[in-house]
Write a protein of this length. Structure first.
Length: 302
């Protein structure tokens, strides 16, 4: 089954709290057992690192606390309140965040000061705020990649050669940019056909070729065969083929079957991912720092 949203965890958690004191740690496993989640579902993680189950259990407990349905009984330990017992009886099947918002003191519970008020945004499809943030970032990156590809295709062949060079150097190939430039950009055929150092000392070299093609013009097997042929002719066993488009099935299969050469295929999507990862052709517009309570700092175990 799919991992339940944090809203679907609200009532089960409150019901468990009606039988015993709870902590986020033990609830994570208990809720996973309650919903009969598979090992893969228990280990699935959001981009920021935490598992979906732990993240959603944590937010469900936060919302139950803000609603006054559970309260802290000891460090990291929570207990159901009288209001929680009544609310549980009034909702024998299910309740959501909209039901919690009707509770007296809900808005006040989210205030951090008399002047400022912080209230969680409406959930998006049952997502926690952290998951909603990850979704928003993914949406922004998808839009950025579309605009970035359009911009790349609008540039000249020479500019594309420089772009590929910048990406490879940012990844650690070629040593300095000046050293890498001595090996690349010599073909003049709307791409790059040359060599670049695999390491900073130049002990091993890689043949690199790039094709600035429209997204619907896939690289075929014949083109890859020609590339590998040029590698063999130059006595090189490693190569990188970069394109703004894609590789068809026959081209990928041919590379996978190769035994004498090692060729890495980088399609348009992966090229854009590398540009974003290494900040080539993009700039930081805004940085967001996500903070959480450092439980180690507050631990009194020692």
């Amino acid at each position: 089954m799919a991992i339940p949203t944090f809203e679907h965890m609200l009532r089960p958690i409150l019901a468990i709290a009606a039988t015993r004191d709870i902590t986020r740690r033990d609830l994570t496993e208990t809720i996973a057992d309650h919903f009969q989640l598979s090992h893969e579902e228990r280990e699935a993680r959001i981009p920021t690192g935490a598992t979906y189950v732990r993240n959603r259990v944590g937010w469900a407990m936060t919302f139950l606390t803000k609603g006054g349905l559970i309260a802290k009984a000891a460090p990291r330990v929570y207990r159901i309140t009288d209001r929680g017992k009544s609310f549980l009886a009034e909702h024998p099947q299910f309740f959501a965040e909209r039901d919690l918002r009707t509770l007296p003191g809900w808005r006040e519970a989210w205030k951090t000061s008399k002047e400022g008020e912080e209230e969680p945004a409406e959930p998006s499809g049952g997502a926690t705020p952290l998951e909603a943030l990850d979704t928003a970032i993914a949406t922004l990156n998808a839009d950025l990649k579309n605009r970035l590809l359009t911009t790349v295709l609008e540039q000249s062949a020479t500019f594309f050669e420089e772009l590929v060079l910048d990406v490879l150097v940012a990844m650690g190939y070629g040593g300095s940019r000046a050293d890498a430039a001595e090996h690349l950009g010599k073909s003049g055929d709307e791409g790059v056909d040359g060599r670049i150092n695999q390491d900073r000392l130049g002990l091993d070299q890689i043949v690199v070729q790039a094709k600035r093609y429209a997204p619907d013009r896939a690289i075929d097997r014949k083109t890859i065969q020609a590339f590998i042929g040029s590698m063999t002719g130059q006595g090189v066993t490693k190569g990188i083929f970069i394109t703004t488009s894609s590789f068809n099935h026959n081209a990928k299969e041919f590379v996978q079957r190769g035994s004498h050469t090692k060729v890495v295929l980088i399609d348009g999507n992966e090229l854009l991912n590398l540009m974003l990862r290494h900040h080539v052709g993009v700039r930081v517009q805004k940085q967001v720092e996500i903070l959480d309570v450092d439980q180690n700092y507050f631990s009194e175990d020692e």
